[in-house]
Design a protein around this ligand. Structure first.
Ligand code: C5P
Length: 209
């Protein structure tokens, strides 16, 4: 069983993906980490994530041990990720790894921006998880404070708007719902309600409990 979750940053798709994976006992991949790892690999070498040749070369060198870097969760990695993710060569270099993950026996849960459209167009259940940018900024802001990091709400909001814009406008694999995706707006839902709605959709679609 393959479950694809796409959506903008801080929409709650990562939490939903983890919970669905646990519920159905499936492996989970947060595909955003791949782009974050490529962006950080360049930044840590003193390079510029907007340098397409460097980014493509880094993506071709990608190995799974890059994923254990704790800095990948930070905002610098997120910004670098959304820059390198707009480059066709970077995306192409990361496709095989993601398709192999999706294709493992038994299936997988993968979240990102283009899982239902590009990586796993035949997924059994596709969700497009979204929320207003203000609600997402508020969640991200509280999450940062909860982790003991300094955060300023207007900066978090501006950052998300910029990323949304870049992710939606790029020509390769832009952030759009797959035609057959269930659009789940979590703006007015708490984490539990969002999970119940996502689970009900997957159960209805696949017949699996
Ligand atoms: O989901 P996350 O915030 O970790 O993603 C970081 C960035 O990686 C996104 O802003 C997006 O540009 C890119 N990304 C992507 N395709 C994916 C996952 C993430 O382009 N499947």
């Amino acid at each position: 069983m393959i479950i694809a979750l796409d959506g903008p940053a801080a929409s709650g798709k990562g939490t939903l993906a983890r919970r669905l994976a646990a519920h159905f006992d499936l492996p989970h991949l947060d595909s955003g980490l791949l782009y974050r790892a490529v962006g950080m690999a360049i930044a840590k070498d003193g390079g510029d994530p907007s340098d397409e040749a460097a980014a493509t070369a880094a993506a071709r060198r990608f190995t799974t041990d890059w994923l254990s870097d704790p800095d990948l969760r930070g905002d610098a990695a997120a910004r670098a990720a959304s820059q390198v993710a707009a480059m066709p060569g970077v995306r192409e270099a990361l496709v095989d790894f993601q398709r192999a993950f999706v294709g493992q026996p038994g299936g997988a849960v993968v979240d990102g921006r283009d899982i239902g459209t590009v990586i796993a167009p035949d997924a059994d259940a596709k969700l497009f998880v979204t929320a207003t940018v203000e609600v997402r900024a508020d969640r991200r802001f509280k999450e940062l404070l909860g982790r003991g990091q300094a955060a300023i709400y207007p900066d978090v909001l501006r950052d998300l708007r910029e990323r949304d814009e870049r992710d939606s406008r790029r020509t390769v694999a832009p952030l759009v719902p797959a035609e057959d995706a269930y659009v789940l707006d979590t703006s007015a839902l708490d984490a539990e309600q969002a999970f119940e709605a996502a689970l009900a959709f997957v159960v209805g679609k696949t017949g699996r409990r």
